[in-house]
Structure formats: C-alpha cells, structure tokens
Design a binder for this molecule. Structure first.
Ligand code: ADP
Length: 346
C-alpha cells in the first residue's frame, strides 16, 4: 500500500470543489447524478473516487474539465482550479486549461486517441503555442515515450495507435497526455481494461511519473485494490453522493460507513478463513427516483427508521474523516465486525 505522504508537496489546494450538483435530463426525467459533492486535491496528491458503476465518478471528473454531455446541467457548485472557478471560464480560457493544465486519460485509448494521426502528430499538438523548435519537439516526444517505457521510441512515434498492443496503447495515451506537463491528471479507470500484469505496470508508471513531475492525480476506479496502491486520500461514492472520505489507511482500517465496509468485505482476501466473497445485496437506486432518506438505506443491513426519512449530512468523525451516516458513531469495529450498539438494531 503506497501510503507515504512524502508525495504531498505542501498543503496548497490545486483543486477545490464545493457543493457540486449535476443533473441529466432525458425522456422528461431528471437524473440526480452528482449530489452536493465537495473535496479538494492538494499539490502532488493522488485523490481517488471509488464506488460501483453508475455512482457518478466519471460525471464528477468530467465536470472538472467541462466535458459533460449536452443534456447535463450544473445547478449548483463551484470548481476552483488554483482559485479560479472553471464553471465560469470563457471557452477561450477553458481551452488554455483543458489538456494543458489538466490532462485526462481514459479506460479505452482507442476512443480517446485519433486513429488517423500518428503518435507523433498527436504528441506535437500538445506543443502548440509553446514556441518549441522542431528539434526540441522531436526530443521531447522521444523522451515522453521513453518515460512511459515504450521501446524504440523514435520508430514508434511514426506509428498509429492501432499498431500498439493494449498495454502499449495505454502508455502512448499517457505519454501524449503528459507531454503537455499537466499539473492535474484525471485518470478514469486507466487500468480496468488491462490484464493484471499490465495493470500493475501502469499503476507503477503513473505513480513514478507523478513523483517525477510533481503532479496531482484524480483517480477514478471501482477497484479498492487500485485505490490502495495509488491514493493518498479517497472518497467513496454512492448514488451520486460522497458517503465517506478519509486518507487511504484510515478508510481501509477504520471504515465508518456501511457501504465502505461492504466494499471492503467484498474484497478477496487470503487472510479471511472463509475466502468466499460477500457481495453487497441489492442494487443501486435509480437516480431519477432516489429515496427520501439515506440513498444506501434500502441496501443497508443497519437501516433504522430515521434512515428512511432523513438524508444524513456528511459529518466529520475525526480530523479529515467524513461520513454520511446517521449511525456512524455506533458502527464500530474493523471490516467484517460491524455492529450497532444493543437496542439500536431493528
Ligand atoms: P460512474 O463513472 O460511477 O460509472 P457515471 O458518472 O458515468 O458513473 O454515471 C452516473 C449516472 O449518470 C449513471 O446512472 C449514468 O447512467 C448517468 N448518465 C451518465 N451520462 C448520462 C447522460 N448523458 N444522460 C443521462 N444519464 C447519464
């Protein structure tokens, strides 16, 4: 588990998101995809979003570079990048930040990269407006491919993305994105489509480059294993809400939300005597018909009457550890030992 805090250069926030709400409108229905999300990312820090598919991770991260679908609206919230609200930027100013200050890599490089342009052409687009000479561009492009571990970079620069294997495609996309020297890298499920060996290589690669370049990273994943290898801090998302945020060690050792505990219990473990997985029962609620109370209530083994009536607020349970649960002070013990004090459980 990479829990060293030496990667966090200082406590200055590079990104600060306050009370972000995002709605989608389709077929006359409103979908509450992101609900009152607040977080910050410090310089040099890796912050993770984790949660089941459809909980709003990608939507939140895409809002940061204003890449939302046309049917999306942002009724409330601010996204401060170095103190400037991205939601209020003109298109011209946004272009200076998107791809340059904030880079994004995706699960599937084939959809993110242009199939009819060579890697070199796509890399060179990142150098537009930098005043670099042809020689400097060539050297930087080769250096970037070498940095991400692509052999024979001079030759491979002239190739197209379809000529690369899965792991090499991911590396090429990372190299092109990082050629612009972004200060924040948004990595949306960057290893999900890869086999475990290559997944491990890409995780190590992002960790290494992040340290070398002093970048911050926002990592989106449904995989707690990836979180443990990459993140300094993490937010657990459920039905568009943050339900728990903490530093990674605290989240794994002292989870306080039943959903987080459920995710941890569902992890395969060699230490558990009974190695069978314990998946969380039930399914996520429809975002157009969220329950009145706690969104996790219908699946929560500890649901009380209050949980069905009142949405819990995010509350600090210890410094830096926030939980959205009416009974977070009563849910005690490590993963697998959840209990509610006598008399509280229905
Ligand atoms: P995640 O990244 O956690 O898998 P997403 O952010 O992609 O989740 O999606 C959050 C929710 O918003 C999902 O229920 C998804 O179906 C819905 N959604 C995403 N894009 C649109 C859209 N353009 N129109 C309607 N619903 C959308």
């Amino acid at each position: 588990m990479d829990l060293s805090k030496e990667t966090v250069k200082d406590s200055v926030n590079l990104l600060e998101v306050n009370n972000l709400n995002i709605r989608f409108y389709s077929n006359g229905r409103e979908m509450k995809a992101v609900n009152g999300v607040s977080f910050d990312i410090k310089k040099g820090e890796t912050f993770g979003f984790v949660g089941e598919s459809g909980c709003g991770k990608s939507t939140t991260s895409r809002a940061i570079i204003r890449l939302l679908a046309e049917n999306a609206r942002v009724p409330d919230g601010e996204i401060l990048y170095n103190g400037t609200d991205i939601l209020k930027l003109s298109q011209e100013k946004l272009r200076k930040i998107r791809g340059k200050e904030i880079g994004m890599i995706f699960q599937e490089p084939m959809t993110a990269l242009n199939p009819v342009l060579t890697i070199k052409k796509q890399m060179y687009e990142q150098f537009l407006g930098t005043g670099m000479t042809a020689k400097e561009k060539e050297e930087k492009a080769v250096e970037m491919l070498r940095l991400v571990g692509i052999p024979s970079p001079e030759k491979r620069l002239k190739e197209y993305i379809h000529q690369f294997s899965g792991g090499m495609r991911q590396r090429a996309m990372i190299a092109i994105t990082l050629a612009a020297n972004p200060k924040l890298l948004i990595a949306d499920e960057p290893t999900t489509a890869l086999d475990v060996t290559i997944q491990d290589q890409i995780i190590k690669l992002i960790n290494k480059i992040k340290k070398q370049m002093g970048m911050s990273v926002l990592l989106i994943t449904h995989d707690l294993g990836v979180v443990s290898q990459m993140c300094d801090r993490v937010a657990v998302m459920y039905a568009g809400y943050f339900v728990e945020t903490a530093d990674t060690l605290t989240l794994f050792s002292k989870p306080r939300h039943p959903y987080t505990k459920g995710l941890i219990d569902a992890l395969p473990s060699t230490e558990k005597k009974n190695s069978s997985l314990m998946p969380i029962k039930g399914t996520t609620p429809s975002l157009s018909e969220l329950p009145d109370g706690c969104p996790f209530g219908p699946r929560c083994p500890y649901c009380q009457e209050k949980c069905t009536l009142e949405l819990p607020e995010m509350a600090e349970v210890e410094p830096g550890h926030m939980v959205r649960c009416h009974f977070s002070d009563k849910l005690i013990g490590a993963s697998g030992l959840i209990s509610i004090e006598d008399g509280e459980k229905q």
